[in-house]
Write a protein that binds this ligand. Sequence first.
Ligand code: DX5
Ligand code: ZN
Length: 222
Amino acid sequence: MIKVAPSVLSADFSKLAEQIQQVEKAGADWIHLDVMDGHFVPNITFGPRIAAGIRKITQLTLDAHLMVSDADAHLSAFEHAGVDQITVHVEACPHLWATIDKIHDLGLKAGITLNPATPLSAIEPVLHMIELVLIMTVEPGFGGQKFIIESLEKITTLDMLKQKRGLQFEIQVDGGIDVVTAPQVVKAGATCLVAGNAIFAQADIPLAVKSLRNAALSALIT
Ligand code: DX5
Ligand code: ZN
């Protein structure tokens, strides 16, 4: 099963509740929350209070992607806000074991993500401990960027490692995912697609969710 996770980063924040309900109705699996601190990445978005507001209006899994320098300091605030899983950047977490344990102790699923230039070897020791690996397919910080094609090899290698070790984590991709790149990443082994612009910047948001899923599924048939 391929999961579709619309990123609210590209939503119209004056219509956030309405647009989240639209993607939920159209069959989205998760809602992806891009949290940025203006330090780990140049952009600033939102924090736990907005996440708590979103929690009130959707039953979907809330998937928090923390692009912040000190993720450990904010984990419990996001748990209080009601998110279901937290993904942290390996580049910002020098004590990965402790961070993963802390996320699990809060009762949440744990994900680790890597910037495009960070090699998979940085997370190999913890692959058996986590529920999700997020391969960034653009530099984190902004929506609407071009997919980095070299990511495909990284996804393939990660999927091979996953099969070899008999592990179950989701392989999530984030950045420049649209109807063209979705089949490519799914062929390479991605199981969860984050998409901002390809969903919320489209005139017909429900149709965009369905088109992305169909594009992804086409890769499994051919
Ligand atoms: C980028 C964020 C992404 C972003 C993707 O730093 O992590 O989740 O919303 O946006 P698109 O799909 O427009 O590339
Ligand atoms: Zn993201």
